[in-house]
Design a protein around this ligand. Structure first.
Ligand code: PLP
Length: 401
């Protein structure tokens, strides 16, 4: 196994100097796909969008109504930096009811999306030169945040053999003398892969024995299709959690997430929140209060079921075509597909699918380096009809009609 210390790679040197940590931050290839897709649409072609990492459903009506009421009531100002107390309390209850863990609401900070939560935690936990263990592939912003605070993302190559999640043996190999943390995501982007309870426990035990902090990005919780989906707090109360209202709760544009930190870090996290963004959007926080009402939950669960059906359908069809895929969709709304039967260049493959058949998908190169040209990500964030159309077009493009 070769661990990549990605702080050494500088693929985009900034012109004219600038902060050299910016040199390590790559643009997303998917932006090129989206731009070209928009051009094709402007020419009148119907593009099947399977590149987008956000639910196609709009925000559920009870949340929108709550936001309107909040505006009418004048809740338009800053809120306390860690969020309104009512929402933090609801989140504490959420942990109790859904996972059976007791979390003091003082440990929960509401953030402008998981993005700001990750950024805050990067500042809180990572110093210059600190090594942070991450899976490769992974959500790319995470490694970029680590670069921004001059840490060193230590990328552990993961594939189907380890269900796209790092094993303890791999972590042991990847760890160096200046490693201070392990950052995981479950369910993960771009693979949807879940760390089951046993492996989550092993990872935490290993990290604790090494004195490393553990952070788990749980943004796709709720959008899981397995029976047991533990939060890391069930197995290790000293871990850091990132979560969001973007995905299961369908609030991407409202910019609202949260983090859970151990008690010893609450004060510092609050200071960072005050300085980095003052508060999360007020209107969004009031809207999110309605997310915990039974009627809203019903809507989210119906949507989860729709995602499950779409994922099962797309997995079956893509596997029949010859894409390499996991046995089942575990979580999120992504399929990470091995294209080696068709191509050894994911970027070119994505470009061809777009040009030939107007099907937009994301190359693996957006998510890391390990076998990245061998994979593409399909997002089933579009209707069943569109997925069927997409499947038919892919068959056409691959000469399988
Ligand atoms: C794994 C993961 N973490 C964090 C984010 C950021 O989400 P947001 O800032 O919308 O909460 C995303 C977005 O796609 C993601 O996939």
């Amino acid at each position: 196994m070769t661990v990549t210390d990605s702080s050494n790679s500088s693929r985009n040197p900034a012109p004219g100097g600038g902060a050299d940590r910016l040199d390590k931050i790559n643009p997303f290839r998917v932006m090129t796909v989206m731009q070209r897709a928009a051009e094709l649409e402007a020419q009148g072609r119907k593009v099947i969008h399977m590149e987008v990492g956000e639910p196609d459903f709009t925000t559920a009506a009870p949340l929108v109504a709550a936001a309107k009421a909040a505006l009418d009531a004048g809740h338009t100002g800053y809120t306390p930096a860690p969020g309104i107390p009512q929402l933090r309390q609801k989140l504490a209850e959420h942990y109790q009811q859904n996972y059976g863990v007791s979390v003091d609401s003082a440990r929960i900070l509401v953030t402008p999306g998981a993005s700001a939560g990750l950024m805050l935690l990067a500042h809180l936990l990572v110093g210059p030169g600190d090594g942070i263990l991450l899976g490769d592939p992974a959500y790319p912003c995470v490694r970029n945040f680590i670069h921004l605070v001059q840490g060193r993302p230590l990328l552990i190559p993961v594939g189907p053999a380890e269900n796209f999640q790092p094993t303890v043996a791999q972590l042991e190999t990847g760890c160096d003398a200046r490693t201070t943390g392990l950052w995981l995501a479950s369910p993960a982007n771009p693979t949807g892969a879940i760390l089951d309870r046993g492996r989550l426990q092993q990872s935490c035990d290993w990290a604790n024995s090494r004195g490393l902090h553990v952070l788990v990005d749980e943004i796709y919780h709720g959008l899981h299709y397995v029976d047991d989906m533990p939060t890391v707090l069930e197995v290790d109360d000293s871990s850091f959690v990132v979560n969001s209202f973007s995905k299961y709760f369908g609030m991407t544009g409202w910019r609202l997430g949260w983090i859970v930190v151990p008690e010893a870090f609450v004060e510092k996290a609050n200071i960072l929140a005050q300085n980095l963004y003052i508060s999360a959007p007020s209107m969004a926080q009031y809207a999110a209060l309605a997310a915990f009402e039974p009627g809203s939950r019903e809507i989210f669960e119906q949507r989860r079921e729709a995602f499950r059906q779409r994922g099962d359908y797309l997995r079956r069809e893509l596997a029949a075509m010859g894409f390499g895929l996991a046995e089942a969709v575990q979580g999120a709304f992504y399929l990470y597909a091995d294209i080696s039967r068709f191509s050894n260049d994911a970027e070119q493959f994505c470009q061809q699918m777009l040009e030939k058949e107007a099907v937009a998908i994301t190359p693996g190169t957006d998510f890391g380096e390990h076998r990245a040209r061998q994979y593409v990500r399909f997002a089933f964030t579009t209707s069943m009809e569109n997925l069927e159309e997409g499947v038919a077009r892919l068959r056409q493009a691959l000469g399988q009609t």
